[in-house]
Design a protein around this ligand. Structure first.
Ligand SMILES: Nc1ncnc2c1ncn2[C@@H]1O[C@H](COP(=O)(O)O)[C@@H](O)[C@H]1O
Length: 194
């Protein structure tokens, strides 16, 4: 049985990064979500890869919820083109709303903010605050060092192999979609695929 993932939160850079392949992957991700009828939940900005993903969803006829704190409206260039725009009072409120609205979390290339979002959602899962799929889309090896850092934490005895297995690493958005659905389906069946 496959359960529909209705909304995916995508964490990614508010900058473009240096390789064109990052933008291509962001575009592909947006298109993939729209074609699958899955709503994008994201940080609400028009800048960087965040803006590229949102634009690609909109272009492909999909739905987008942007969640942006008041203080970032200018800095991250609030995206007025989205289907639903939520302006929050704080970063904490933004995180809470994005968490509540998403059935899965996908991570594309990004900077410190993206790392923070990934680690927070992963540690919430480690602490059993949720059981939603978390998928890192490892565009052109971008995530290799992030994954190496997590593996090193296990090797040094600071994290369990079980905790490490809560993050799935895939090469592209099509694979992210597939494993998000498999994970949802397995949860419904009570099967442990992690
Ligand atoms: N400390 C943070 N917590 C949550 N989100 C954050 C934080 N710092 C920045 N962000 C947001 O993350 C995305 C991407 O940031 P990059 O640094 O470009 O990866 C952006 O929406 C930030 O507002």
């Amino acid at each position: 049985m496959t359960i529909d993932v209705r909304a995916v939160a995508v964490f990614c850079g508010s900058r473009m990064g240096v390789k064109p392949v990052y933008q291509q992957a962001a575009q592909e991700t947006g298109k993939e979500l729209a074609q699958a009828g899955i709503r994008l939940v994201y940080g609400g900005g028009a800048n960087g890869l965040m803006g590229v993903v949102a634009h690609a969803v909109i272009q492909a006829g999909g739905s987008v919820t942007g969640v942006i704190p008041e203080f970032l409206k200018t800095r991250e260039k609030m995206n007025e083109d989205v289907s639903e725009l939520i302006v929050t009072k704080s970063m904490h409120e933004r995180k809470q709303i994005m968490f509540a609205r998403a059935d899965a979390f996908w991570v594309l290339p990004g900077g410190f903010g993206t790392f923070e979002e990934l680690l927070e959602i992963l540690t919430w899962k480690q602490l059993k605050r949720h059981d939603k799929p978390i998928v890192l889309i490892n565009v052109d090896g971008w995530g290799d060092k992030v994954v190496a850092m997590l593996n090193e934490a296990v090797q040094q005895g600071f994290a369990s192999t079980e905790a490490r297995s809560l993050l799935t690493v895939v090469p592209n958005a099509a694979a992210a979609l597939e494993c998000s659905r498999i994970a949802e389906s397995a949860e419904a069946l009570g099967v442990d695929v992690m």
